[in-house]
Ligand binder design. Sequence first.
Ligand code: NDP
Ligand code: 8X3
Length: 250
Amino acid sequence: MSRIALITGATSGIGKATAELFAGAGIDLILCGRRQERLDEVSAELSSKVNVTTLVFDVRDKGAVIAMIGSLPDDWKNIDILVNNAGNAHGMGSLAEGDTEDWDAMIDGNVKGLLYVSKAVIPLMLEKGAGHIVNISSIAGKQTYVNGAVYCASKAAVEVLSEGMRLDLTQHGIKVTNVAPGAVETEFSLVRFKGDESRAEKVYQGFDPLQAVDIADAILYAVNAPSRVTIADITILAAAQSAATTIHRK
Ligand code: NDP
Ligand code: 8X3
């Protein structure tokens, strides 16, 4: 019987690449995001391989998260894998200069959104006594960097929540994997810098950055590990990257 994965942030970057690799592995997909058109495109691309359904919601909207996941037909509620991937950085600057709306977007999306989605899915996994949650953290959750305090704090929270989930859920047959990527070339920097393409491009110049598929590969590896194995924590850096903001550029 094929497995079912719910992936948040499946419209772009790491989430979309994960959907593509999962489809190649025969895993049915519940694809989530705010951009319906993008979800429709990914769904059209993958539905020749596996069963695909889509849910449009903002992870910050607790009511919508609970209602949309609750509205899934019973067959789709049999979720085996949850990939908590939705998230972004918004802005970059000191705490004195920071925009509180950016802070809200990061804390509400990256931390509370992940919690709301988990709250909606964990009971479904508990009911069947099995499941696997993959939380997408960041090297920024392990190393704080200048002008990134709030984003780093949000990802440090993800690290702690992965540990807390593992403590809660292992006894119920639910695995938890924390994945901490370094610099991945996605729409991440375009979002962080509010559509400033030249600033976003500079983030990935002068070295060979990670690609979304590199992270998706690791996620697929974790969910395909034998039942006796939990891949607890994976950190993936670009080969030219030795720490969060130490990148050896040509
Ligand atoms: P992208 O900007 O390409 O993708 C972000 C995804 O998250 C989109 O699908 C977006 O969908 C979704 N998303 C963002 N905010 C919300 C929200 N409030 N509600 C619902 N969905 C939301 O970036 P990445 O693929 O790089 O980012 C994916 C994850 O990886 C994030 O958690 C990020 O922090 C993490 N990460 C990224 C790194 C990088 O260098 N790129 C490194 C380390 C971690 P939509 O806009 O359609 O809602
Ligand atoms: C995204 C990568 O280290 O630039 O989490 O913040 S980083």
